[in-house]
Design a protein around this ligand. Structure first.
Ligand code: SAM
Length: 388
């Protein structure tokens, strides 16, 4: 359905509004297909509502957020969702198959070589929930809105059938969100989003296992609410495709604690390596973390040369732990340091390296590449606010 057209009013055409009460869709809801359904926070200082466009994308789109964020998000509805990019982009058949993986249940294995940064799967957000909502609205009222959000979708089952493995959740939809949700900003506010096709679930959709040195990553394009699984490095045919369920680069004990919350003991190559190898990796990861902290502190304390030394050490240690996603950040930090040192040549060199990494990783698209460096300098200028 194109609801903009049938609403009459928004299209500026004098066609009658729907008369069937079951549809309950007066034109003033435009662009939403359902009237907003709202609850107040316990202190009544804020309001959260369900806004649904059941015809947006392949399954519909529901958000639970403040009226302000909803108003700021309407632009998404005019962005076409390219359904042909759903599922497996560019290629068919998909470059993987689902097989039994010893110790991990089922998993995805590459059926052909996959190039670094190639998209393996693409999907769009279906349900988004403002993070503040859970703590501000009484649970019983909140659960009602969660169910409304899902029920109003064109395909509620695509969300309800997702994995529910969170022991803390008391409600079915809450469980789906806690199990499958990804942090996604909407209108500048933090939200939790569900992307059914890339969800960590046990349905037919996806069975991507976790690894502590994964060969794939989840790439969020927050300006289009699109997400994909892309190769972090070249993946040879026959290799298992893995992503990290947790923040990359943490040492083994921290990882084990975090993964316990997912209910499993990690059997990835790093966690099952000989103890000496695990110890060496832990030492490097610890060192990277410490150096990153030191670099930030030195920079903020007005010691750019020291920050430079620490950051260069970080860059030297990243390959050993295959922390490719952190390269962009490290290069940008080097650009930032050279910028305040008024070393334009090196600042540009590292800014370009950071841009190249982010563009290859898919975080900066063609259009955004133009003027990227200028925007970076402006950001640095603003951040420093004359401190240097
Ligand atoms: C999203 S599912 C992945 C697909 C799952 N293997 C299946 O058969 O449906 C997440 C679950 O897979 C298993 N799993 C994923 N990564 C694992 C790993 N590195 N080590 C052990 N089990 C893992 C755990 O049981 C976890 O709860």
């Amino acid at each position: 359905h194109d609801y903009h057209d049938t609403s009459g009013q928004s299209a500026g055409v004098a066609c009658p509004p729907p008369v069937d009460d079951d549809i309950a869709w007066p034109s003033h809801n435009s662009p939403w297909t359902h009237p907003p359904d709202c609850e107040h926070s316990t202190d009544r200082a804020s309001k959260f509502c369900v806004y649904t466009h059941s015809g947006h994308g392949p399954r519909g789109w529901s958000i639970i957020t403040s009226p302000e964020t909803a108003a700021d998000s309407i632009a998404f509805l005019s962005k076409p969702m390219n359904a042909s990019r759903m599922g497996h982009p560019q290629q068919s058949p998909p470059p993987y198959k689902v097989v039994d993986i010893p110790g991990k249940g089922k998993g995805l294995v590459a059926t052909r070589a996959i190039k670094q940064y190639e998209e393996i799967l693409v999907d769009y957000a279906t349900v988004l929930v403002d993070i503040a909502f859970a703590s501000k609205v009484p649970a019983i009222l909140g659960y009602r809105l969660l169910h409304t959000a899902v029920d109003q979708l064109a395909d509620p089952a695509s969300v309800l059938e997702l994995g529910k493995s969170n022991g803390l959740a008391r409600d079915e939809v809450e469980n789906v969100l806690r199990t499958n949700g990804f942090h996604t900003p909407l209108g500048g506010e933090p939200h939790i989003a569900v992307y059914p096709a890339v969800s960590v679930t046990d349905g037919w959709r996806q069975r991507i296992n976790h690894a502590c040195k994964p060969n794939a990553y989840t790439r969020f394009m927050t300006d289009s609410l699109q997400v994909s699984i892309a190769a972090a490095k070249d993946i040879p045919a026959g290799e298992e495709i893995t992503i990290s369920y947790i923040i990359l680069g943490q040492p083994s004990t921290t990882r084990a604690t975090k993964l316990q919350q997912w209910g499993f003991t990690c059997q990835c190559p790093l966690c099952t390596a000989p103890q000496a190898e695990i110890d060496a990796s832990d030492a490097r990861r610890q060192q990277i973390e410490t150096l990153r902290e030191h670099a930030v502190r030195a920079f903020q304390a007005g010691r750019p040369y020291q920050a430079l030394r620490f950051t260069r050490q970080v860059v030297g240690l990243l390959p050993g732990e295959e922390l490719f996603p952190l390269y962009g950040e490290a290069y940008e930090n080097l650009a930032r340091i050279f910028y305040v040192l008024r070393d334009r040549t090196n600042a540009e060199k590292y800014a370009n390296m950071s841009l190249a990494v982010l563009a290859a990783q898919g975080y900066v698209t063609g259009e955004e590449e133009r003027g990227y460096l200028e925007r970076m300098w402006a950001r640095f200028e603003e951040e420093e606010g004359g401190r240097y």
